[in-house]
Every structure is written in C-alpha cells, then in structure tokens.
Write a protein that binds this ligand. Structure first.
Ligand SMILES: Nc1ncnc2c1ncn2[C@@H]1O[C@H](COP(=O)(O)OP(=O)(O)O)[C@@H](O)[C@H]1O
Ligand SMILES: [Mg+2]
Length: 191
C-alpha cells in the first residue's frame, strides 16, 4: 500500500479482550485527509473498539494502526452514566424506583399478615395494603418486572445480570435509554 498520502492506516488489525472472543479481525483500511466516514454495526459489533484504537486510547491489538505524522486525533466518547454498583436490570429499575418501591412495600405488608397481629395493627395494615393496591393499579405497575424484561429484549438490552462496566457503548446506550423511558416500558414492551 502506497501510504504516503493516507492520513490514517490500519493493516491486518485484530483485537480480542482478555478471555473474550475476537472483536475485530483482520481489518485493513486507509483513508485520505478530508474523508468523512461512518462506521456501521449492531450493538457490540466492535465500532467503539476500532475508534479507541484509532484514537490511540487502546494499544492492545495485533497488526498495524497509525495516523500520519503530525496528525492529531480527537475522540468523543459515549459517556456512560450507569450505576456501576448495579447490574443492567438494577440500572433499568432505577428509572422505575417509585413503582418498584410500591411493589416492595406491598410485598412487605402482605408478608406481615403471616405474623400474629393485634387488631389495630391488622386494621392499619389492611388500610395500607389497599392504598398501595390503588397506587399500583393507577400506574399499571403489577407486571413491572416482566414488562421491563420484554422492553429490554425489544431494545436489545444486554442480559439483566450483565456487569454494566463491561458493556459496549451501544449496549450502554440501550440500557441507559430504557432506564430513562422505564415508566413508559409497557408501551415499548407492547410494540
Ligand atoms: N473492556 C472490555 N472488556 C471486555 N469486553 C469488552 C470491553 N469493552 C467492550 N467489550 C465487548 O466487546 C464487544 C465490542 O464492543 P464495542 O466495540 O464497544 O461495540 P460497539 O460496536 O457497540 O461500539 C462487545 O461485545 C463488548 O461487550
Ligand atoms: Mg460503541
């Protein structure tokens, strides 16, 4: 390849993450100054991996990758703002905290009926349970977890128990967007 005029070149570039499958395999490309290039691929295909290598942020690969001398490379990341202490499902649920809290409280209250209770405790619980029931009905919240699972599937969200610190940018975006639209998850799920 006559490389003199190219501003960027990759040659037989391959990349695997430790212990993982080969994400990028034998990529060869070259482009001239002024080129405008889009990289297309489904979530997790390896687009960001290629970009990070091009930006010089990732140097763990085989093959060649270089920019012409004197070239500077800018990289705008898809910044992840997921909670790293929770898995994918936990992050999506964060968008539905209110309904989730109602369901959890409903379960707690229901479980209390199994314990011995004074009359006034019993009455208070019955009242709280019926208030919770009304609130959950009002937001159509009974099927929350199932609805979210269906919506996750529709948006190609990674597995619910996946570690959010190991997601691709696209996978992160799917997870983040579902967390944001979580209150509307039942509409996504019904499509
Ligand atoms: N730091 C990492 N460790 C292990 N696997 C990773 C890491 N970053 C990305 N991956 C995996 O590599 C694949 C490609 O990721 P990426 O290049 O970010 O994809 P995308 O095409 O969505 O930008 C995905 O399956 C992703 O889960
Ligand atoms: Mg990406």
């Amino acid at each position: 390849m006559a490389s003199n005029n190219y501003i960027y070149v990759m040659k037989d570039l391959s990349k695997s993450y430790p212990g993982g499958r080969e994400i990028v395999k034998n990529v060869t490309l070259a482009f001239l100054p002024g080129a405008k290039i889009g990289v297309l691929g489904v979530n997790g295909a390896g687009k960001s991996t290629v970009m990070k290598i091009m930006a010089g942020l990732d140097t763990e690969f085989t093959g060649e990758a270089w920019a012409a001398e004197g070239t500077s490379v800018g990289y705008l990341s898809q910044e992840p703002d997921l909670n790293p202490d929770k898995d994918v499902f936990g992050n999506v649920l964060e968008g539905m905290q209110e309904t989730h809290a109602l369901l959890k409280r409903f379960e707690e209250v229901s479980n209390k009926f199994a314990e011995p209770l004074e009359d006034d405790e019993m009455n208070a619980l019955i009242e709280e349970q019926s208030e919770l029931q009304e609130k959950i009905d009002a937001v159509d919240g009974w099927e929350l977890e199932r609805t979210i699972e269906i919506a996750m599937d529709a948006l190609r969200c990674p597995a619910g128990d996946a570690d959010v610190t190991k997601l691709s940018g696209g996978e992160t975006a799917a997870c983040r967007s579902l967390s944001i639209v979580a209150p509307e998850a039942r509409y996504v799920a019904s499509r």
